[in-house]
Design a protein around this ligand. Structure first.
Ligand SMILES: [Zn+2]
Length: 252
């Protein structure tokens, strides 16, 4: 049985059997993994972490080669982003990021860009006072790094340049030029400013873009476009989004 050491962000924690936790973790070196922390609920102090979601931990685990759960043997907390817990907006936003990663990432595929993206955004939510459009910027970057990127640099049907008018096709995963509208009758009109903003976020370094302010109508359209695109491709309702609507929480 191989034993590994890595950093792990807790995406989800569930009680498991009498005394254990079942964990979905996003690790720096192994991507998303499912693992159990045996006896973690019974013996306080057995692990140096209580495996709460929205924490980063140093873990040691035994790899299960037959596809079952990996077994955690050691865990120590590195960062618990304590300011995120203090504000419902920040907490909901962080919960949404982790829910999105949990839903979209395949098991056991390392993705250093996504790991670094999640860490940077958790740190940002924890430390930064001014927060603008953080969920939309996270979504655009995440879609890019995770391979779900919508095609917005040219027509998704013919590959031609988008000169003026275009529509967005959720089914085909990108923009249609005016000549290709028939390829998806359900495609919806989208403003050029929204597409330009999406392209700009995609191409700009994270450090520069993280506090980017987006104008009113473009912000609304971009937010809706990304929400529909993600919901369409992942085919699931996000609990954090439902919660944020119910509580009228900003950011998400
Ligand atoms: Zn076309």
């Amino acid at each position: 049985m191989a034993i590994h050491k890595t950093e792990a962000i807790v995406l989800k924690r569930r009680d498991y059997r009498e005394t254990s936790y079942l964990l979905s973790l996003f690790t720096a070196d192994f991507g998303k993994i499912y693992a159990q922390a045996k006896g973690a609920r019974r013996k306080a102090g057995k692990f140096g972490s209580n495996f709460l979601p929205i924490t980063n931990n140093k873990i040691v685990f035994y790899e299960n080669h037959s596809g079952g759960l990996h077994i955690i043997s050691q865990a120590d907390i590195i960062d618990h982003f304590c300011n995120i817990d203090k504000q419902i907006e920040r907490f909901t936003c962080a919960a949404y990021f982790l829910e999105l990663v949990n839903a979209a990432m395949p098991l056991a595929e390392k993705n250093a860009e996504v790991f670094s993206l999640v860490m940077k955004f958790l740190q940002f939510l924890d430390k930064e006072d001014r927060i603008n459009n953080i969920a939309q910027i996270f979504e655009v970057k995440f879609l890019n790094f995770s391979g779900f990127k919508p095609r917005v640099d040219c027509c998704v049907s013919c590959g031609g340049h988008i000169i003026a008018q275009s529509k967005f096709s959720f089914v085909l995963g990108g923009l249609l030029c005016a000549q290709c509208y028939a390829a998806d009758r359900g495609a919806c009109a989208v403003m050029q400013g929204t597409i330009a903003t999406l392209n700009y976020i995609e191409k700009t370094d994270l450090e520069k873009i993280v506090n980017f302010r987006i104008g009113g109508t473009i912000r609304m359209e971009l937010k809706q476009l990304l929400r529909n695109f993600i919901d369409f491709h992942l085919g699931q309702q996000f609990k954090s989004i439902q919660f944020s609507k119910k509580m009228k929480v900003a950011y998400v």
